[in-house]
Ligand binder design. Structure first.
Ligand code: HEM
Length: 347
């Protein structure tokens, strides 16, 4: 991973670059209106580091990790500091045929491990700690499917950034120094009508995705007509620079109920990059030529969050009411979050 600390003790909270895991839980909750609920959430987030160790230490090979994302409304309630520059609610993105819905969510917990039981145990203890301060709005258990395939049968995650490109494309940098080391996160829960997908020829499926199915080889971009998912999800700015994101999609499903899904999760340095990808997929490029993957993938949720760096997670607390009016007088250490110390922190 390039992160020495994570390599030594492979359990961690807020490790955006944790390796793709065999198992994951995606938990989205809303926070109750009371001030007590906010206190309970702040305290649970401050203790998350300890909780991940409590569970993760029982099998270090299980590489338990947990990332917390905070939605924009929740950010304003939980923290006295300004919001991360780009944080705003997930917008509805309506194309002429398909719409990316926007659904509620104050906190996202992205729990990953090599063992399902580690994920389960962390979620159980976490929800115990949060108690009635939160309401669960969505809970999905994802699993690794053969060689990292989605339920459509394609290897998913190949083009993810690696090495130094990984932090460069997934972590906020100097453009927003107070939040450097954090990451914007978008989640969408998709379900697939697998019968309809299976009725397509393999060549047709490959043209939709932009890679071959069995051996995962990239196909050339179409020079005219319909663009593949791979091409629509490639973002090049006006200077010719490509902007990547880090994806950790997981299949989920209950065949007995006809449920077959992909839980999309993307981490990005810039929220606009993920939104641009979604505009190209849903509205199309050119407008009207939407991503044919969406004819076989229905988004049921869509929510945006900011995953702050770990030391900020333990210091979201608003100052006492009597000092709130006079922030200048607080000694820098009171916030526990001097920008200098953040920068020095090896994320
Ligand atoms: C590429 C599947 C949704 C962004 C791919 C690939 C597959 C895939 C199979 C090719 C292999 C790879 O590079 O990973 C899916 C499925 C989705 C989904 C099944 C949901 C049903 C999304 C969404 C976004 C996205 C919502 C962005 C908002 C990307 C990007 C690439 C990619 C950036 C890499 C493009 C490149 O080659 O540079 N996806 N995807 N995907 N997808 Fe998706």
């Amino acid at each position: 991973t390039g992160n020495d600390a994570a390599d030594r003790v492979p359990i961690a909270p807020q490790s955006i670059d944790a390796p793709l895991s065999r198992s994951a839980i995606f938990l989205v909750v809303t926070i109750a209106p009371s001030a007590d609920a906010l206190d309970a959430v702040r305290s649970a987030l401050a203790d998350l580091d300890g909780l991940v160790k409590t569970v993760g230490f029982r099998d270090l090979n299980g590489r338990l990790s947990c990332n917390v994302g905070i939605g924009s409304e929740a950010w304003a309630r939980l923290s006295s500091r300004e919001s991360p520059a780009e944080l705003h609610p997930f917008p509805v993105i309506a194309g002429s045929v398909h719409t990316a819905v926007s659904t509620p969510g104050d906190l996202l917990f992205h729990i990953r491990a090599e063992r399902e039981d580690l994920c389960f145990e962390l979620e159980r203890l976490l929800l115990d700690a949060l108690g009635d301060a939160v309401t669960v709005v969505d809970e999905v258990q994802g699993f690794r499917y053969f060689d990292s395939r989605d339920l459509l049968g394609f290897v998913d995650g190949t083009a993810n950034p690696v090495g130094l490109d990984l932090p460069a494309s997934s972590l906020v940098g100097d453009e927003d120094p107070a939040f450097a080391g954090g990451s914007y996160v978008v989640v969408q829960k998709y379900t697939h009508p697998l019968d309809a997908w299976a009725a397509l020829s393999t060549e047709h499926q490959e043209a939709i995705i932009g890679r071959t199915k069995i051996d995962n080889v990239e196909l050339d971009d179409a020079t005219s007509g319909q663009k593949s998912h791979k091409t629509l999800a490639t973002i090049v700015d006006e200077n010719g620079d490509e902007h990547d994101i880090l994806r950790d999609n997981m299949p989920f499903g209950r065949p007995g109920r006809g449920e077959f899904g992909t839980y999309f999760i993307g981490y990005a340095r810039h929220l606009w990059v993920i939104e641009r990808m979604l505009e190209r997929m849903f509205i199309g490029d050119p407008v009207g030529s939407h991503d044919r993957l969406l004819d076989f993938s229905t988004p049921l949720t869509g929510t945006a969050f900011f995953a702050p760096p770990l030391d900020m997670l333990g210091a979201l607390d608003a100052p006492e009411p009597d000092v709130r009016d006079d922030v200048e007088e607080r000694p820098p250490a009171a916030s526990g979050l001097g920008i200098g110390s953040l920068k020095a922190h090896p994320i």
